[in-house]
Design a protein around this ligand. Sequence first.
Ligand SMILES: *Cc1c(COP(=O)(O)O)cnc(C)c1O
Length: 361
Amino acid sequence: MSRYLSERHARLEAYTPGEQPKDRRYIKLNTNESPFPPSPGVQAAVSEEVGRLQLYSDPLCRDLNRKAAEVYGVGEDHILMTNGSDEILQFAFMAFGDESRPFAFPDLTYGFYSVFADLHGIPYTRVPLREDLGICVEDYDGHHGPIVIANPNAPTGRLLPPDAIDYLVRTHRDAPVIIDEAYIDFGGESAIPLVDRYDNLLVTRTFSKSFSMAGARLGFGIAQPTLIRDLDLMKYSTNPYNVNRMTMAAGVAALRDIDYYRENCRRIMKTRERVAKQLRTMGFFVTDSMANFLFVRHGQVGGEALYHALRARGILVRHFDTPAIRDFNRITVGSDDEMNALLKAITEVLDDKGYPIKENV
Ligand SMILES: *Cc1c(COP(=O)(O)O)cnc(C)c1O
């Protein structure tokens, strides 16, 4: 750091994205990207838009909002499009948190929440998960201030049902409750229908996972217009053109091709269930994930050892250097071929380490 860095950021610890090494070709199962390319409609829409790049993008995102409003069954004034969902999450921290409005979120969840809070000087409480790595919404009783919950949660994949979300929103009417639905398309039920009932609910979504567009950076929030206006204030105070022309065109096209993405999600869910079952047979503890990743622990081989052994075999998975989950790995559900390569590599690793797979463990 230079001597010019402001004092308030001197101890800031930034978010660490999953690695993207270039030294060889890897099977990438470490950042929850989709194994499927965007739909042909997206590719065509983006090429066409390139010819208009001399013009700023529409700060109101009208075409995209109209299409999203139709798909998600809400009014156009209930939507705010952002540069990835990370941006709308950051807007929520900026808009709703301060010294007297501390945030609460699970102690094991998406790593960016604490980074945003630290960046903006917002205090926060980390609420422990239960023994089964699930979230218990009653554990948030008595917290006064905004709450952010990833549903399904990351990196556990555990899903809360709509009545649990309803409870959380209903019992915290004094502050916004943010439900981060980055992984909801992989089998969960969305909280979007609750938005009409509660003016303190913000649901956030991303095109990065189920829409195969991590590289385009597109996300959005759905809430009542009063809350959307608070977030808009943050957008117009930082970057009014936060969604670029190519990404906007890609988003409209992706929503038109929604059946293609729904089918991809079904394939990923099917692969997820098959691989989870196989890993359990191989002696792994596997959480009941409703996301496009599995969170797994082998009794004998540690999370870091497995990460390195798979990396040496050309497969990247995620290992978190956090004491509570040091024995775990988070593995993105890729294509069937990718997952077969993973299972084969894991079998070799277990064999090498002298833990041959027993049937019916
Ligand atoms: C991936 C992810 C996001 C953010 O994704 P963007 O690429 O910024 O849209 C947000 N929350 C969770 C829990 C995620 O896993």
